[in-house]
Design a protein around this ligand. Structure first.
Ligand code: DQA
Length: 146
């Protein structure tokens, strides 16, 4: 089974940016852990990061064509206002999970809304790196038991 993990803007700055919120572990560690968890649940994972909305949309659009069985996305701040990314997510039918490291419901008001979450099958927030593990587990179940 193939899994695409997409990380949006500024996630490449993990370990450096706002460490009281996002922690001190680096983006590279997140990639390593995600690949490991994916493997444990029978996925071969490709992990991509982009700071550009259009690139994320292009990757989402191609998810089925590229043979992925599931998609995990942390859209970063695009979650709060990118209707274009939400539409792209709605256009593909593989199981999709949205993850946020921080608890977006208990931060600034503008973060309380995710316009992309309703286009996904599952939303996990506020669990740090472990949210990725939880999402991978859910996606594996969804792929196996559609
Ligand atoms: C984030 C939450 C977003 O509000 C923020 O813009 C990010 C990271 C998270 O993982 O907690 O870049 O998606």
């Amino acid at each position: 089974m193939k899994l695409l993990i997409l990380n949006g803007p500024n996630l490449n700055r993990l370990g450096v940016r706002e460490t009281p919120i996002y922690g001190t572990k680096s983006y590279e560690e997140l990639v390593k852990m995600s690949k490991l968890w994916a493997q444990e649940h029978g996925f071969e994972a490709d992990v991509r990061q982009s700071n550009h909305e259009g690139i994320l949309i292009d990757l989402v659009q191609c998810v089925e064509m590229m043979g992925y069985h599931a998609l995990l996305i942390n859209p970063g701040a695009y979650a709060h206002y990118s209707y274009a990314l939400a539409d792209a997510l709605r256009s593909v039918s593989v199981p999709k999970a949205e993850v946020h490291l921080s608890d977006i419901m208990n931060r600034e008001n503008f973060r309380k809304i995710s316009v992309t979450a309703s286009a996904c099958d599952k939303l996990i927030t506020g669990c740090g790196f472990d949210g990725y593990r939880q999402a991978i587990l859910c996606l594996a179940k969804m792929v196996r038991e559609p």
